[in-house]
Design a binder for this molecule. Structure first.
Ligand code: 5AD
Ligand code: SF4
Length: 452
């Protein structure tokens, strides 16, 4: 049988979290393996895959609009297909299944978070039969790491250690679309880490909705510290992980920030709210005091650690006093970065049933106040870097100026530095170079590469 993918071009639009970005690399790996070529834009593509997110309403409604508007985009010259084929995967695919086909008449394929590997077969069926196909299954599938991949960068890899979530925070849709938490065996993780080190990867980011509870389903107890030690022992230069749940962050893991050479001094520890009443309504299962205790221990283990967090403003019933508890917590911790979100009601979650009578403008004003504080604190945190020389993993050139290199410090700060005279920017990508910091802005540092 002829290969329907031969001569085709595909593009993937990814929304949401790093897990989706990782899944997109697997989708790209499968399609390239079948002979389709990656392109950047929908206009150039014969096959368009949307990897979707439904954590907040904005991304949800945008997807429907985007797919609907695609019918106006003409086919590219020389396409081997009779039309442009569109597939929707990720969390909206998982949640809505074949309802998406009914709502979007020119959508061809729907797949879910548990059956990425079905996409090529579904697309082939749609193309050969000029039909439409949806397949979504409930859990139980393999880790997408078993599928071929095309990594976005040669020098960085994402390594999922768990999928799914058992926490059921009352506002969150993730446990309903990603299923129950499932851990990968430690040996598989260690083997994948070794293969990345052999391939020249410099930085591994371990992924999971809550990496700290890794292993509970396999070993009866969390063994995240063992994962960190195993990946460090594989010989990786830089190790990071996301995301952590404060209720499961152990003293053992905190201690590794002091002793594990590859573990970078940066931690994303979502607090969501600084009010004990709201934390309880969110079903977060820790208190403000417990969280601040963790921060103290982390700073004792690694005084230079850079902390980041997620915060939801406007959870149902949040009062000005509750909000001020959050505001003061942000002031006290002094985060390097805070991802701020306005609460978004998700049908099917417990919070969607809670009374929610705070006016929009009040929530927006609180949100703006918090963003101002976050920026001030991030600016302050960056000032402390002036004069320091930091090892920067070069990621490429600045979007606005290709004579400026852009990369990441150990604390995950963006660092800019001019390409040294006579050097070739592309040969520096993926290398770690020392940069002396001369300027500190809110969201980036800049300086000069030091010649060793
Ligand atoms: N509304 C607003 N923000 C949300 N998040 C998760 N669910 C919601 C929601 N319903 C935020 C949390 C989480 C981040 C990934 O998204 O802060 O940590
Ligand atoms: Fe959602 Fe809470 Fe699970 Fe994070 S830990 S994915 S916020 S339910």
């Amino acid at each position: 049988m002829s290969n329907v993918f031969e001569g085709t071009r595909f593009c993937i639009h990814t929304f949401g979290c790093q897990m989706n970005k990782h899944d997109s690399e697997r989708v790209a790996g499968m399609l390239e393996g079948l002979g389709s070529l990656p392109v950047e834009t929908i206009e150039e593509a014969d096959i368009v895959v949307f990897m979707t997110c439904c954590v907040r309403e904005a991304a949800d409604t945008r997807l429907y609009g985007q797919v609907a508007s695609m019918k106006n985009i003409p086919l590219r010259d020389g396409t081997p297909l009779d039309k442009r084929y569109i597939a929707v995967g990720g969390c909206i695919g998982q949640r809505d299944g074949d309802k998406l086909l009914a709502a979007l008449p020119h959508l061809d394929v729907v797949f879910g978070t548990h059956n990425l590997g079905s996409l090529p077969g579904l697309l082939r069926r749609a193309i050969e039969q000029h039909g439409r196909a949806a397949e979504v299954i409930e859990g139980g599938a393999e880790f997408s790491s078993a599928l071929p991949t095309v990594r976005e960068h040669d020098w960085a890899a994402w390594l999922p250690i768990t999928v799914g979530c058992n926490n059921f925070c009352s506002y969150c849709i993730v446990p309903y679309v990603r299923g129950r938490e499932k851990s990968r065996p430690l040996d598989d993780i260690a083997a994948e880490a070794r293969s990345y080190v052999e391939a020249g990867v410099k930085e591994i980011t371990l992924l999971g909705q809550n990496v700290n509870s890794y292993g509970r389903d396999l070993y009866g107890e969390p063994r995240f510290a063992d994962v960190l030690r195993a990946v460090d022992a594989a010989g990786i230069e830089r190790l990071r992980f996301a995301t952590s749940h404060p209720k499961d962050l152990t003293d053992e893991v905190i201690g590794l920030f002091a002793t594990l050479p590859s573990l970078m001094p940066a931690l994303h520890l979502p607090v969501q709210s600084g009010s004990n009443r709201i934390l309880s309504a969110m079903n977060r299962r820790y208190t403000r005091e417990h969280y601040l205790g963790l921060i103290e221990k982390l700073r004792r283990a690694r005084p230079d650690i850079a902390l980041s967090t997620d915060i939801i403003v406007g959870f149902p019933g949040e009062t000005e006093e509750n909000f001020m508890d959050t505001y003061r917590l942000v002031e006290e911790v002094g985060y390097s970065q805070v991802f701020t979100f306005i609460y978004s009601k998700r049908e099917g979650t417990p919070a969607a049933e809670m009374d929610d009578d705070t006016p929009r403008e009040v929530i927006q004003e609180r949100f703006d106040r918090l963003v101002d504080l976050v920026q001030r604190k991030a600016f302050e945190a960056n000032q402390a870097e002036l004069g320091a020389t930091v090892p920067v993993l070069v990621e490429g050139t600045s979007k606005r100026d290709d004579s400026i290199l852009a990369g990441k410090s150990p604390k995950n700060q963006t660092v800019h530095a001019p390409v040294p005279a006579g050097a070739d920017a592309t040969s520096l990508v993926g290398r770690i170079v020392p940069v002396t910091i001369e300027e500190a802005r809110t969201w980036y540092l800049s300086g000069t590469i030091v010649h060793a």
